[in-house]
Design a binder for this molecule. Structure first.
Ligand code: LLP
Length: 453
C-alpha cells in the first residue's frame, strides 16, 4: 500500500503544465482561456459538459507510438510484428485502432479475446497469453483461430494439443520461457526471474523438456519462444541480457537436437516518463538495441534470424492518457499536508496504492499558471491509502477546479474496480478538435446487472 510519508520540506516545482514535457500527451496545448487541450479538445469543457471522473486518450499519440515501433523495425531489416498488449488498455475502439495500424494484439484472458473479436480484430493476429488459461479459455482461443497460444505449463501443452486434436486442427504455439533475468523495476511487475509463476525455467531443464515434448505432439506447431521480463523497464541492458540468454538456449536446441525455431517474442516492458525527470529509452533506441543484439547473437551462434515479436503496452498508451477529476473539497492540515479531494481515486487508478506509483497533476483550467503548491490528491473512497498523488506540485486548487492527472493511459482503466459501488468512468478518444465517447460511464443500473435478487 502507498505509504503516506510526507516531506514537509518539499517545494512546489513552479512548472507550468507544458513544462512537464514527455509526461504529457503529444498533442497537449493550452488555449486562450488558459485551459489544457488534448487532441484539440478543451479538457475543461469536456469535463464540465460530460462529468468527471473521465479518462481521455490522445488518439494521435497512440497511433504515433505504434508507428514509431513499426518504422524502427522496418529500418532494421529484421522481420518483426508489433503486438499491442491489451492488458494496458483495451476497448473495441482500441482494438480497431491497433488493427488499423497493422499491429497484432496480445490478449491475456478470454474476456480480452472476446472484446477483440467483438471489434472484428483478425484472430490470426492475436496472441493468447495467460499463466493459467482455463480449459474454456483455450477452447475459445482455438475456436477463434488465434495466431499463437503462448503455452505456460506442461499441463497446458497437453491440453492445447488434445483440444486441437478434437477439433482436427494444428495450433501454432509459443512456449513461455523464464530467462532468469531480474529486471530493474517494481518487484510485483518483474516476471522473468527464476522464482516466478510464469513459464518454463531454462536452468532447471523445464524449457528444454517442454520444447522436446512440443515437437512430439501432432496437434501443436511450435513456432518459437516467448519471454516477458517485466514492465516499466528503463535499462536496455535487461533486454540485451535476455536476448543473450535466449539465443544461447536456441543455439543449444540447435546443436543438441537440430531444432531451429523460426520466431522469438521478447514481450513488452519498455518504460515511460511518469515524472519530467524520468528518462526512459526511446522506442527507436529500444528497437535499435534489441535488433542489433539479436543480429549479433545469431551471427556468433550461427543461427538464422528469427521473426521477432514485441508486445508493448505501457509505452504505447500511458502518456497518451489523462484522467479528469473535479475538486470537491480541500483540507489544509497545518504542519501535516493539504488534501485535495477528487471525485475518483483508487477505483479508477489503483497504481499509487498498489505500487507506490508516481503521478503528476495539473489544474486543467489554470494550465498556464505555475504549480505553486504541494498537495496530496485524495480519492473519495473509504480508506486512507486511497490517494492518487502524494506531495505533488499543483497550481493553487479551488473547489470546482478540473484536476488532470497525467500518464494514466495504461493500467488504470483496465485495472479499475467498482469498490464502494463506484461506477467506472467514461473513456473518450480525442483527435482533431473532437471527442469520441468509446466507453460510456457506468450507471447505477449497471451495478445491478449481475446482481440476482
Ligand atoms: N506481454 C506480456 C506477456 C505481459 O505480461 C505484459 C505485461 C506485456 C506484454 C506488456 O508490458 P508493458 O509493455 O506494458 O510493460 N499492472 C502493472 C503492469 C503489469 C504488466 C503485466 N504484463 C502496472 O500497472 O504497472
Amino acid at each position: 500500500m502507498a505509504h503516506l510519508a510526507h516531506d514537509p520540506n518539499k517545494e512546489p516545482d513552479g512548472r507550468t503544465t507544458l513544462e512537464l514535457g514527455a509526461v504529457l500527451p503529444q498533442t497537449a496545448a493550452v488555449n486562450k482561456s488558459g485551459n489544457l487541450c488534448v487532441g484539440g479538445v478543451d479538457l475543461v469543457e469536456l469535463a464540465r459538459k460530460n462529468g468527471t471522473a473521465a479518462y481521455v486518450m490522445d488518439e494521435d499519440h497512440v497511433r504515433s507510438q505504434l508507428r514509431s515501433y513499426r518504422t524502427a523495425f522496418a529500418q532494421s531489416d529484421i522481420e518483426a510484428e508489433v503486438v499491442f498488449a491489451g492488458k494496458a488498455f483495451l476497448a473495441r475502439a482500441m482494438a480497431k485502432l491497433v488493427n488499423g495500424e497493422k499491429c497484432w494484439l496480445d490478449v491475456s484472458s478470454g474476456g480480452e479475446l472476446h472484446v477483440a473479436l467483438a471489434a472484428g480484430f483478425p484472430a490470426e493476429n492475436i496472441i493468447a497469453h495467460g499463466s493459467n488459461k482455463t480449459p474454456s479459455e483455450l477452447v475459445e482461443a482455438l475456436a477463434a483461430g488465434v495466431g499463437r497460444i503462448a503455452v505456460d505449463s506442461f499441463e497446458e501443452l497437453e491440453r492445447v494439443n488434445n483440444l486441437a486434436a478434437e477439433r482436427n486442427v494444428v495450433q501454432n504455439i509459443f512456449l513461455r520461457i523464464k530467462p532468469g533475468i531480474v529486471a530493474d523495476t517494481h518487484e510485483f511487475i518483474v516476471t522473468g526471474a527464476e522464482d516466478s509463476k510464469f513459464g518454463f525455467g531454462i536452468t532447471d531443464g523445464a524449457a528444454k523438456k517442454a520444447v522436446l515434448r512440443a515437437m512430439e505432439l501432432a496437434n501443436v506447431e511450435l513456432k518459437g519462444l516467448h519471454v516477458h521480463i517485466g514492465s516499466q523497464i528503463f535499462s536496455l541492458t535487461s533486454f540485451e541480457s535476455t536476448i543473450d540468454v535466449m539465443m544461447k538456449f536456441m543455439a543449444e536446441l540447435y546443436d543438441e537436437h537440430g531444432i531451429e525455431l523460426e520466431e522469438f517474442d521478447l514481450g513488452g516492458g519498455l518504460g515511460i516518463a511518469y515524472a519530467p525527470e524520468d528518462e526512459p529509452a526511446s522506442i527507436e533506441d529500444f528497437v535499435a538495441c534489441i535488433t542489433t543484439a539479436l543480429k549479433e547473437h545469431c551471427k556468433i551462434r550461427g543461427l538464422s534470424l528469427p521473426r521477432l515479436f514485441v508486445e508493448p503496452g505501457r509505452s504505447v498508451v500511458a502518456n497518451a492518457g489523462v484522467t479528469l477529476y473535479t475538486v470537491g473539497n480541500i483540507k489544509d492540515l497545518p504542519e501535516i499536508r493539504t488534501y485535495v479531494a477528487i471525485d475518483g481515486g483508487m477505483t479508477d487508478n489503483i497504481r499509487t496504492a498498489l505500487y507506490d506509483a508516481h503521478y503528476e497533476a495539473v489544474v486543467a483550467n489554470k494550465a498556464n499558471e505555475p504549480r505553486d503548491c504541494v498537495v496530496t490528491l485524495a480519492g473519495k473512497h473509504c480508506e486512507s491509502g486511497d490517494v492518487v498523488a502524494i506531495d505533488t506540485s499543483l497550481q493553487t486548487p479551488e473547489v470546482g477546479d478540473v484536476v488532470c492527472v497525467l500518464g494514466t493511459g495504461a493500467y488504470c482503466y483496465t485495472m479499475a474496480s467498482n469498490y464502494n459501488k463506484q461506477v467506472r468512468p467514461a473513456v473518450y478518444f480525442v483527435r482533431d478538435g473532437s471527442e469520441r465517447l468509446v466507453v460510456r460511464r457506468e450507471t447505477y443500473d449497471d451495478l445491478l446487472n449481475c446482481d440476482i435478487f
